[in-house]
Ligand binder design. Structure first.
Ligand SMILES: Nc1ncnc2c1ncn2[C@@H]1O[C@H](COP(=O)(O)OP(=O)(O)O)[C@@H](O)[C@H]1O
Ligand SMILES: [Mg+2]
Length: 255
């Protein structure tokens, strides 16, 4: 579990996050949703400790990140998997070498065990390790690249998984496959997973514990089942920005 308490973050006097408090649970998909520029990425990077916050607390279980030294934060990061926007794989490394990278950095197991673990992670994201291991990122599709990035993010058995817009650039069907994959892994290994997204399909598919950020303020929280009945103006403007969701609302409520 991760708990954020009264978090404030500004850049050069410009307040980007204001008094954010939230609880992110283990074994389920926690989502941070909101329009582009609302502060999702800054919030995620603050929680990971990549940005120093102005005020507030960030708890990983009973450990307070805000009290940690740089060295302690680095140690914590060995328990953290990250999947950032445009999931940068290393172009000059094969698929297998990409997945093995965090193991080479942090794991003290033998080479053979690292290869086995990497192959296991590739299989877990439904890639045939015998077929893809020696390929380079440029030789596989965008959806497969995303899977490799997920395999790499789970290589060290993380307790925490952060995904910033994991669906960006994928077609809707592949996006759904990736969502389901992250959801399945989260439940199977009881990971505290936080996903940033502005993709309503994603929200309606896997959003178990959602916070909605508007202009740096938490404007709503709930689950995907609460969204249509939330009656929050800012949330409605976000959700019903798409004509499809407007039509769904009309068909459900007659309004
Ligand atoms: N490193 C930075 N320095 C200054 N301002 C930043 C920085 N990163 C983000 N911002 C600003 O913070 C706000 C929120 O950005 P961001 O968290 O990236 O939004 P989102 O991820 O929701 O699209 C934006 O106004 C952005 O310009
Ligand atoms: Mg962002």
């Amino acid at each position: 579990m991760i708990e954020v308490k009264n978090l404030y973050k500004s850049f050069d006097g410009k307040e980007v996050l204001k008094d954010i408090s939230a609880t992110f649970k283990s074994g389920e998909i926690n989502q941070i949703i909101g329009q582009s520029g609302s502060g999702k990425t800054v919030l995620m990077k603050s929680i990971i400790g990549l940005f120093r916050i102005d005020r507030g607390q960030i708890w990983y279980g009973d450990r307070n990140l805000t009290d940690m030294t740089r060295k302690e934060i680095k140690l914590l990061h060995q328990e953290v998997g990250m999947l950032f926007q445009g999931a940068a794989l290393f172009d000059s490394m094969t698929v297998l070498e990409n997945v093995m990278f965090p193991l080479e950095m942090f794991s003290k197991t033998t080479k053979k065990e690292k290869i086995e673990r990497s192959r296991f992670c590739l299989e877990r994201v439904n890639l045939k390790s015998t077929q893809v291991s020696s390929l380079f990122p440029s030789e596989i599709s965008g959806g497969m690249q995303k899977r490799v990035a997920i395999a790499r993010a789970i290589a060290l058995n993380p307790k925490y998984l952060f995904c910033d817009e994991p669906n960006s650039g994928l077609d809707p069907v592949t996006a759904l496959v990736i969502d389901r994959l992250i959801e399945g892994i989260t439940q199977e290994y009881n990971i505290t997973t936080i996903i940033n997204t502005h993709d309503m399909n994603s929200v309606m598919e896997i959003g178990a514990n959602i916070i909605f950020i508007e202009k740096g303020v938490k404007a709503w929280e709930g689950s995907k089942d609460d969204i249509f009945t939330a009656h929050n103006e800012a949330l409605d403007n976000f959700v019903f920005a798409s004509n499809l969701y407007k039509k769904i609302r009309t068909s459900q409520t007659g309004k």
